[in-house]
Design a protein around this ligand. Structure first.
Ligand code: ZN
Length: 289
């Protein structure tokens, strides 16, 4: 059985649409008054959509949204869908799926789909696990994914035989596996993906090398980004007061650590995307692959 990759010099831009501040506080157990930063999400979506309109001929792309955003800010998810973009699933909360039982995993998938489809003009067809937290050896997770989705974009592997093994194991010809394939951009460097912090923190040539290697191997090339990477106004920053409950030193640590996410390199993201898409055609929505 072959997993068919299309050959084209296209790059698929997608957004993992989540509120990093909400997810951050949830991971630290700061659940009291953990409100979604809806204004920041609207602002970031505006920046993303404006880039698509002005630089990519109004391209329609895929937004992998957490279900909690559909519950808490339905108008925003509806707006993204009404603008013609694909709403796909990024789980209900931005939790690592491997930390949960298979029953919880399926329950959260169903909850996320239900919430997202209330706001979306399209049937939710695609899934990407938060933090790419599924491995190709997680056959049972993929059996559940194949029940609800047409495609999955959670893997980072470049091993086609492993993908074919997985497809045989889950006995599904229907589920397309569309990984975000990591590559070593230059000899001696570790594997990198084209997107997220890799794109934000490093010279754009690293991402261009990854893309070029993906395409040479006839793999689908994807650039993924997050809302907080498009703004540099600190609007997703979790402030000192919001971290009440943590020790003084932990607060200091997390204040500094957040700078990496919210400040360093954020202003370069649009310029880097512009560079990538001056070289490659944008691919559109992942459901159409
Ligand atoms: Zn995510």
């Amino acid at each position: 059985m072959q997993n068919k990759f299309k050959v084209a010099d296209k790059v698929y831009l997608s957004i993992d649409f989540e509120d990093c501040s909400h997810d951050f506080k949830r991971n630290l157990g700061l659940n009291k008054n953990n409100k979604i930063k809806e204004k920041a999400l609207w602002r970031s979506y505006g920046v993303i959509n404006n880039f698509l309109e002005s630089k990519l001929d109004g391209a329609k792309i895929t937004f992998f949204c957490t279900g909690i955003l559909a519950t808490k800010c339905p108008e925003l998810i509806k707006k993204i869908s009404d603008d013609g973009h694909e709403i796909a699933c990024h789980y209900y909360f931005h939790d690592s799926v491997r930390d949960e039982s298979l029953e919880e995993f399926e329950k959260n998938i169903v909850l996320a789909i239900n919430e997202l489809e209330k706001c979306s003009n399209n049937k939710v067809m695609g899934f990407r696990a938060p933090n790419f937290s599924i491995r190709a050896s997680d056959d049972n997770h993929f059996k559940i994914i194949s029940k609800y989705f047409k495609y999955d974009s959670s893997l980072n592997i470049n091993d086609e035989s492993e993908i074919n093994r997985l497809k045989q194991s889950i006995n599904s010809n229907e589920l397309k596996l569309i990984p975000v394939v990591a590559e070593k951009p230059y000899l001696g460097l570790p594997y990198m993906k084209s997107g997220g912090s890799y794109l934000k923190l490093f010279n754009v040539h690293f991402s261009l090398q990854v893309i070029s290697k993906n395409l040479l191997k006839k793999q689908i090339s994807q650039v993924y980004l997050h809302p907080y990477e498009f703004v540099s106004d600190m609007s997703f920053y979790t402030n000192w007061k919001e971290m009440n409950g943590l020790s003084f030193f932990k607060k200091i640590y997390w204040l500094l650590r957040q700078s990496q996410w919210h400040i360093v390199g954020n202003k370069s993201v649009l310029r880097k995307l512009d560079k990538i898409f001056s070289k490659y055609q944008h691919g559109g929505q992942i459901k159409d692959i």
